[in-house]
Ligand binder design. Structure first.
Ligand code: UDP
Length: 380
């Protein structure tokens, strides 16, 4: 055992993981940057693991990219995430404008807090702005969910994740495919550390599934289709959006009830385009309600990244309304199928798969140990 000499919250009894940092008795200051719904969920489990470490203090910055009760606050309340130390209010506007405003304010905050390391998650504008601000100030960056690729540069997320990986020195990959992607980009001969740690979303699904609770007004449903829809490639393309809306309506009418917690971006796009969506629409739900919906559904129909995996964690088949996925292993094991925005393909694959039970025979995502692994490597 070593002894942490500094007085900023964590004082003594830290384990020595071989890093001279600890042998000298310092407390590592991690500056976590989050801003969007999936990042709150991912950070919740890593923050818990950090809290258990005697040698890391965490400062949390929320960019404000998602900001209202049901896209942000509910996750902090349910998942008991530390209240952000810094709360920005950067949302709306174009990608460049949003990222630029975040960059200015995150740089200021990093200078104020002088962290030892910045920790970013996923692939949003908050991720890129955080990594860029840190790298320019020579603060090392750790990226959780490193190495994921869709190979579609039209996706803003793909640009964000490629650039963030380039700026990071600790790349925490969820899967073998992610490690392979980085090796293909030459990371195996760079000084940056590339690690397969598993998927933090599996940690959170396992940790919180006992708190699953039905969304208001729901309760006895089963074997329904749980749908989510928010990717810009679908919401911003009238042809794709209209085809998906037609498929959802047909499934709801002829196959099974479709329950759709509707993302604000999609709600606005459907209304702007005057489309008639006739399924069970509910407001975006909290994480506990989402876990209940996942547990009780017969199939997941989505264009989300994270929800594809969550379907798998709950043994549900997934039909993905995209042309490619970063989670290629789910396609390989037959748990997930890509149908793009093709109306007939969406209906056909929902009919074929609903009610099927999916098994995780290969422990594809690490089995709930990712956050512990990440913290171990942050320390070492
Ligand atoms: N989610 C939620 N409530 C909802 C819809 C999604 O809690 O109404 C959760 C979902 O369970 C997953 C995360 O939000 O953990 C995924 O976020 P999203 O689909 O917005 O982003 P992506 O994963 O595509 O980046």
């Amino acid at each position: 055992m070593g002894d942490c000499a500094l007085g900023n919250g964590k004082k003594k009894g830290c384990l020595i993981f071989g890093a001279h940092f600890y042998q000298l008795g310092f407390v590592l200051k991690i500056f976590t940057i989050v801003g969007a719904r999936p990042q709150f969920i991912k950070a919740s489990v890593v923050s818990r693991a950090i809290k258990k470490s005697e040698c890391i203090d965490e400062v949390v910055l929320h960019t404000g990219q998602h900001f209202d009760q049901n896209m942000s606050d509910v996750f902090f309340e349910q998942l008991n995430i530390p209240r952000p130390d810094v709360r920005l209010d950067v949302n709306g506007g174009s990608h460049g404008e949003m990222t630029g405003r975040m960059l200015i304010e995150i740089e200021r905050a990093i200078k104020d807090y002088a962290p030892d390391r910045v920790l970013v998650y996923g692939d949003t504008n908050s991720t890129l702005a955080g990594a860029l601000a840190a790298a320019k100030l020579h603060v090392p960056v750790a990226h959780v969910e490193a190495g994921l690729r869709s190979f579609n540069m039209n996706m803003p997320e793909e640009i964000n994740r490629i650039l963030t990986d380039q700026l990071s020195d600790l790349l925490c990959c969820p899967t073998d495919a992610a490690v392979q992607n980085l090796n293909n980009e030459g990371f195996d001969s760079k000084p940056a550390k590339v690690l397969k740690v598993g998927d933090v979303m599996q940690d959170s699904a396992l940790l919180f599934s006992k708190f699953a609770l039905p969304p208001q007004g729901l309760g006895g449903q089963s074997n329904y289709v749980l749908a989510t829809l928010h990717r810009a490639e679908n919401t911003d393309d009238i042809g794709r959006l209209s085809s998906i809306v037609q498929a959802l309506n047909a499934i709801h009418k002829n196959v099974a009830e479709v329950i759709l917690p509707l993302h604000p971006r999609t709600r606005a796009a459907i209304s702007d385009q005057g489309l008639d969506l006739d399924v069970k629409i509910i407001d975006p739900v909290g994480y506990f309600e989402m876990l209940w919906l996942l547990r009780n559904c017969g199939l997941v129909l989505t264009d989300s990244g994270g929800v594809q995996k969550e379907a798998f964690f709950f043994g549900k088949p997934c039909v993905t309304m995209r042309d490619e996925t970063e989670w290629v292993e789910l396609i390989e094991v037959g748990a997930n199928v890509l149908v793009g925005a093709d109306r007939d393909a969406i209906i056909e694959h929902v009919q074929l798969n609903i009610g099927r039970i999916v098994k995780d025979e290969l422990s594809l995502y690490g089995g709930g140990k990712a956050s512990g692994e990440i913290v171990r490597h942050l320390q070492g």
